[in-house]
Design a protein around this ligand. Structure first.
Ligand SMILES: NC(=O)C1=CN([C@@H]2O[C@H](COP(=O)(O)OP(=O)(O)OC[C@H]3O[C@@H](n4cnc5c(N)ncnc54)[C@H](OP(=O)(O)O)[C@@H]3O)[C@@H](O)[C@H]2O)C=CC1
Ligand SMILES: Nc1nc(=O)c2c([nH]1)NC[C@@H]1CN(c3ccc(C(=O)N[C@@H](CCC(=O)O)C(=O)O)cc3)C=[N+]21
Length: 324
C-alpha cells in the first residue's frame, strides 16, 4: 500500500515547532500545532504591513459585518481583532441585530466597499435565515473579498485553469497545514465531511484543484464511514462533536478537524471548544491530526490577515512596489 506520509519522516518532523511529539512507542498520531503555523504567517504579514505603511503611507484595513450573536462567530471576531492588532492591520466591526433588514446589511457592505481605508471585507456567516445570503455576498466588491466567499471567487475556485482573486481562508488554512507537513495531495483520496459555503465546499474545491480525488459527504449521506474508511485524508467541517470515530479512519490517515462546537461540562458547567473528531480514538489510528482547539482555527485567522494584505498590496500596487 502506498503510504501518504512516511512514518520516519513524520517522526523527524515531530521535533519541529509546528507539531507535538508522538509517544515514545511511535504508535500515536502527530498532533499539529496550528498556533505556531499561524505565528509564522503572522510574522511575515506584520513585516509586510510595516513596509506598506512606509511606502504607501496608509494602514491596511479590514471591515467585518456581524449580524446576530452566534457564539462561533463571536469567537472568530474576537480572535481576528486581536490578530489584526498584533500585525498592525486596522480592523473595524459593524454589528447589526439578529433582525436587521437586508437593506441595512447591504448598506453596511456598500459603506465598506466605498471606504478607501478598508481593503478587505468579511461578512460573518451564517446570516439569519430571513436574509438572502447570495445577494449579500454578491454585493461585496470582488477586490475586497478577502474571505473568498463571493460567488465569483467560489466559481473561479471550481473552474479548471482559473484562479480566484482570493482563496477562502479556512480552505487555505487546511492546504497550508497539509503542505507544511509535506502531505502529498495529488492522486490521493480525500473525504470532506460537510459542504458549508465557508468551510466544506471551498475545502473540497481547493483539494480538487491540487489534484486530489475528492468525495463530499453531508448530513444526508448514508454511512459516511464507508467513504472515510478508504480515505488518505479526512477533513471534517460539520460542527458535530464526536462525529468522526477511530473506526471511521484508515490506518495512517491524515485528519484535519475544522468543526467548532461549544459543549458544556456537566459537572462544572464550563464551556469547552470541541471539534468533530473523537481525538482519543483517532490518535491511535491516524498518522497526523489537526486538533480543535489549536489547529485549523488560528491558521484561518492568519490567512484572513494574509488575504487582507494581498488586497491592500494590489490596490496600492505602484506605491508598494517603490520600496519593497
Ligand atoms: N476552524 C475554522 O477555521 C472554521 C470552523 N468552522 C466550523 O466548521 C463547522 C461547519 O461550518 P459551516 O461550513 O459554516 O457549516 P454549515 O452549517 O454551512 O455546514 C455544515 C455541513 O455539515 C453537514 N453535516 C451536518 N451534520 C452532519 C453529520 N452528522 N454528518 C455529516 N455531515 C453533516 C451539513 O450537511 P447538510 O447540508 O446535508 O445539512 C452541511 O453540509 C462549524 O462547526 C463551524 O463553526 C467554520 C469556519 C472556519
Ligand atoms: N464569512 C465567514 N468566514 C469564516 O471563516 C467564519 C464565519 N464567517 N463565521 C464563523 C466561522 C467560525 N470561524 C472560526 C475561525 C477561527 C476560530 C479560532 O480562532 N479558533 C481557535 C479558538 C481558540 C480559542 O480562542 O479558544 C482554535 O480553534 O484554536 C474560530 C472560529 C470562522 N468562521
Amino acid at each position: 500500500m502506498r503510504r501518504l506520509l512516511c512514518r520516519a519522516s513524520a517522526y523527524s518532523r515531530s521535533f519541529s515547532s509546528s507539531s507535538s511529539r508522538p509517544s515514545s512507542h511511535g504508535e500515536e498520531a502527530i498532533i499539529i500545532d496550528g498556533k505556531s503555523v499561524a505565528d509564522e504567517i503572522k510574522q511575515v504579514v506584520a513585516k509586510e504591513v510595516a513596509t506598506f505603511k512606509k511606502s504607501v503611507g496608509k494602514t491596511p484595513g479590514l471591515g467585518v459585518i456581524f449580524v446576530g450573536t452566534r457564539r462561533e462567530s463571536e469567537l472568530y471576531v474576537h480572535n481576528k481583532t486581536i490578530a489584526c492588532a498584533e500585525t498592525g492591520i486596522a480592523s473595524s466591526c459593524t454589528k447589526l441585530s439578529e433582525n436587521a433588514s437586508e437593506e441595512e446589511v447591504l448598506a453596511s457592505v456598500m459603506k465598506y466597499n466605498e471606504d478607501p481605508s478598508v481593503d478587505g471585507i468579511l461578512v460573518q456567516l451564517p446570516l439569519p435565515k430571513h436574509l438572502n445570503e447570495d445577494k449579500i455576498m454578491s454585493s461585496i466588491s470582488l477586490l475586497k473579498d478577502v474571505d473568498g466567499c463571493h460567488p465569483m471567487n467560489i466559481g473561479s475556485l471550481a473552474l479548471n485553469r482559473k484562479q480566484p482573486l482570493f482563496i477562502p481562508c479556512t480552505a487555505k488554512a487546511c492546504l497550508q497545514i497539509l503542505l507544511k507537513n509535506s502531505i502529498q495531495l495529488s492522486g490521493r483520496y480525500a473525504v470532506v465531511i460537510g459542504c458549508g459555503n465557508i468551510s466544506g465546499l471551498p475545502i473540497s474545491l481547493l483539494l480538487q484543484k491540487h489534484n486530489a480525488t475528492v468525495t463530499r459527504v453531508h448530513a444526508l449521506t448514508e454511512t459516511p464511514e464507508d467513504y472515510t474508511r478508504r480515505a488518505d485524508i479526512v477533513i471534517s467541517a460539520a460542527g458535530c462533536p464526536n462525529l468522526v470515530r477511530g473506526d471511521w479512519l484508515k490506518r495512517e490517515a491524515v485528519v484535519l478537524d475544522v468543526g467548532i462546537s461549544h459543549t458544556q461540562d456537566p459537572s462544572s458547567g464550563d464551556l469547552h471548544l470541541v471539534g468533530d473528531v473523537c481525538i482519543e480514538e483517532a490518535r491511535k489510528v491516524a498518522s497526523v491530526i489537526s486538533p480543535v482547539p489549536g489547529g485549523v482555527g488560528p491558521v484561518t485567522i492568519a490567512m484572513l490577515l494574509q488575504n487582507t494584505m494581498l488586497a491592500a498590496k494590489s490596490r496600492h500596487e505602484n506605491d508598494y512596489r517603490k520600496i519593497s
